[in-house]
Design a protein around this ligand. Structure first.
Ligand code: TXA
Ligand code: MG
Length: 345
């Protein structure tokens, strides 16, 4: 299969109409959202959804998110839309928040991997919403990477993983967010299954009650995870990745420099994912700057692209600086730790 990369500009309406045509024909297409690129299919058509799993090589027990154009479109998809969910939708939709709610009979079992809940989000991206509008059905879409690879934040990343496996990629440039949406379960109590740019603190501010963080967010999950995605390896680049912390920035950088020397002696090519505040510690070494550690949103935006870049540049070992696991920093630490297979030093 030939994969067409179709730029959104200059003729955005024509590009979206073309992608909608592909989706309406029961095929898959990749498209940008404000978080990462998604691989979409008609979320009410089991046969179309199956093509997502095939193209990505995704395990069939990992359910998908249904994307809707506006809040009221959730009603046919869920059997209950409780007041708490309504408040959150009002505060954060359209935006990078996914709500897990009891599913209705309309949602095919393949979308939810047989669970009785369904994950729904209304994306902020104008492109994504225009596409859903043009299709007139909810779009099921996981991140548009091959299963086990970092999520794609540019059309090139999608192409490098899925060329020849999907017919179309809408190219809207780099995604602003860079990490996938926050996934929140509401029952029995509000619990963060995946942190994102709608932060725990923001959710608590609207709900007026504590939001739990599932233990699998910052540690390797054992046994039954509540979000099937948690038990699958994620964001794994081919290089060996370590997340490094320290009492102070100097201590953290000192540790990283020591490890770099140790690995270099064994002939391993190392690079460091630093922050604006720490770059001077790594003079004469290979490093990239992820962003400003006081604005964790800026480092979230670049992590996945940098992981792919380091891998492409042939580095064997990547040291990622830790940040405080609060605010958007929780989303960053979750993705960094997962890409490291939870190797934390
Ligand atoms: O930002 C995003 O959410 C992107 C864009 C494309 O919208 N999508 C995305 O989808 O990241 P995906 O499939 O890569 O991640 C969906 C996560 C998985 O960890 C999955 O296990 C979880 O949501 N999930 C889906 N349905 C669920 C359910 N019913 N209960 C618990 N977790 C669920
Ligand atoms: Mg994914």
């Amino acid at each position: 299969m030939q994969t067409l990369v179709l730029p959104l500009k200059p003729d955005t309406a024509a590009a979206i109409a073309r992608a909608a045509e592909v989706l309406r024909a029961g095929e898959v297409a990749a498209f940008p959202t404000e978080t990462v690129y998604g691989l979409g299919a008609n979320g009410l058509n089991a046969e179309a959804v199956e093509k997502i799993f095939t193209a990505k090589g995704r395990p069939s027990d990992n359910p998908l998110i249904l994307h809707i154009e506006k809040t009221e479109d959730i009603l046919p998809l869920v059997s209950d839309f409780p007041p708490k969910a309504q408040r959150l939708a009002e505060a954060f939709w359209p935006g990078p928040l996914t709500l897990v709610l009891p599913k209705s009979d309309l949602v095919p079992g393949i979308v939810t991997a047989g669970l009785n809940t369904v994950a729904v989000r209304c994306p902020k991206s104008e492109t994504a919403r225009a596409l859903i509008r043009a299709c007139c059905f909810p779009i099921a879409a996981p991140s548009a990477n091959a299963s086990g690879r970092p999520s794609p934040t540019r059309a090139e990343h999608v192409l490098s993983d899925l060329a020849g496996k999907i017919p179309l990629i809408l190219d809207g440039g780099a995604c602003e967010g860079g990490v996938e949406s926050t996934v929140l379960a509401l029952s029995p109590a509000p619990t963060l299954l995946r942190p994102g740019l709608v932060t725990r603190e923001m959710l608590e501010g609207v709900l007026n009650e504590p939001v739990a963080v599932h233990e699998a967010v910052l540690a390797e999950s054992i046994g039954d995870a509540p979000s099937p995605g948690m038990k699958h390896t994620h964001y794994a680049p081919s290089a060996e990745v370590y997340v490094v912390s320290g009492e102070t920035l100097a201590e953290m950088a000192g540790k990283i420099n020591e490890y770099c020397d140790e690995f270099a002696q064994k002939g391993r090519k190392c690079t460091i994912f630093a922050t604006e505040q720490t770059q001077t510690f790594y003079f004469s070494r290979n490093y990239v700057i992820m962003g400003d550690r006081n604005k964790p949103k800026t480092i979230c935006a670049h992590l996945f692209a940098l992981l792919r870049g380091a891998e492409g540049a042939g580095f064997d070992v990547i040291f990622i600086e830790a940040v405080k696991a609060e605010g958007e920093g929780l989303a960053f630490m979750n993705r960094a730790l997962r890409s490291a297979g939870f190797k934390f030093i």
